[in-house]
Design a protein around this ligand. Structure first.
Ligand SMILES: NC(=O)c1ccc[n+]([C@@H]2O[C@H](COP(=O)([O-])OP(=O)(O)OC[C@H]3O[C@@H](n4cnc5c(N)ncnc54)[C@H](O)[C@@H]3O)[C@@H](O)[C@H]2O)c1
Length: 252
């Protein structure tokens, strides 16, 4: 049966890479993004629905799920991909507003979508939830305490739900991407290169220093992992944190 899949934050980057892999696998794919202007004609004709949705807004998320329910009467796979970088600052300099906004997008957004998706999945007695965390939970880059915390919380939510939803045939896993070859990572590196007046290759080498494979990860590679975790072949795999990061870990 054709899988019905929703991917959040899929107007660009990893989310779009995941969405394309599910399309290739023959799924009916719904995507959303807070930047509705990212949806072009090709996306609108390929995907079953492109929603301008802020996942931190109950009203937006409810409206999106109402529309999906009207179109396909259920959901098999939910991928919570939205993640904002949050402030780069020492903990004492982070404003409460920035703290709240980061957790709202990265954690509460996943919660609001899960809350809507789970009743469908429970009634079907099957489903897959995949949350996109980050290899940052392993390497814990300094000055990123809100982001790191939000992703640890996403992993905690993943493990809690794996336990709670397993009896209903629903698996719940997280994927931890490494340093990506996408617009977001490129603009971070370019900003650092200008700011530190250093060569872009030098900056990239800094990021890849702890990667065993020493290369950036392509968005499709996160898609391959997601398609697998949502497949029949992965039906007994739950509560797992799958790093797709070329073997990244700090050695000092
Ligand atoms: N880029 C990396 O190197 C990297 C590494 C590890 C983990 N990740 C994680 O992977 C996920 C995707 O990252 P990416 O690099 O593709 O980022 P991205 O910024 O390219 O894409 C994220 C998308 O989410 C959308 N978005 C932001 N807030 C939203 C909201 N409240 N509601 C709906 N959409 C919203 C953005 O408009 C954007 O299109 C994130 O969770 C990120 O933390 C990224």
């Amino acid at each position: 049966m054709e899988q019905r899949v929703l991917i959040t934050g899929a107007g660009d980057g990893i989310g779009l890479g995941i969405a394309d892999e599910f399309l290739k696998a023959g799924a009916k794919v719904f995507i959303c993004d807070v930047r509705g202007e990212l949806f072009d004609e090709k996306m609108r004709s390929s995907f079953a629905g492109c929603y301008r949705t802020d996942v931190g807004s109950t009203a937006d998320v409810t409206a999106m799920f109402d529309d999906i329910r009207a179109k396909v009467d259920g959901l098999d796979v939910l991928i919570n991909n939205v993640g904002v970088a949050g402030p780069h600052a020492g903990v004492e300099d982070i404003s409460l507003d920035d703290w709240d906004a980061t957790l709202r997008a990265n954690l509460t957004g996943a919660f609001l979508c899960i809350k809507q998706a789970v009743p469908y999945m429970k009634s079907q007695k099957r489903g897959s939830i995949i949350n996109i965390s980050s290899v940052g939970t392993q390497t814990l880059p300094p000055m990123r305490s809100v982001y790191n915390t939000s992703k640890w919380a996403v992993e905690g939510l993943t493990k809690s739900l794996a336990r709670e939803l397993g009896p209903f045939g629903i698996n719940c896993n997280a994927i931890l991407p490494g340093i990506m070859n996408n617009n977001r990572m490129r603009s971070i590196m370019e900003r650092r290169s200008r700011h530190e007046n250093r060569d872009l290759d030098d900056i990239a080498a800094d990021y890849l220093k702890y990667s065993a494979m020493g290369r950036l990860i392509e968005v499709q590679e996160i898609g391959y992992a997601a398609v697998f975790l949502a497949s029949q072949g992965a039906r007994s795999i739950t509560s797992q944190m799958l790093s797709v990061c070329g073997g990244t870990q700090y050695e000092d």
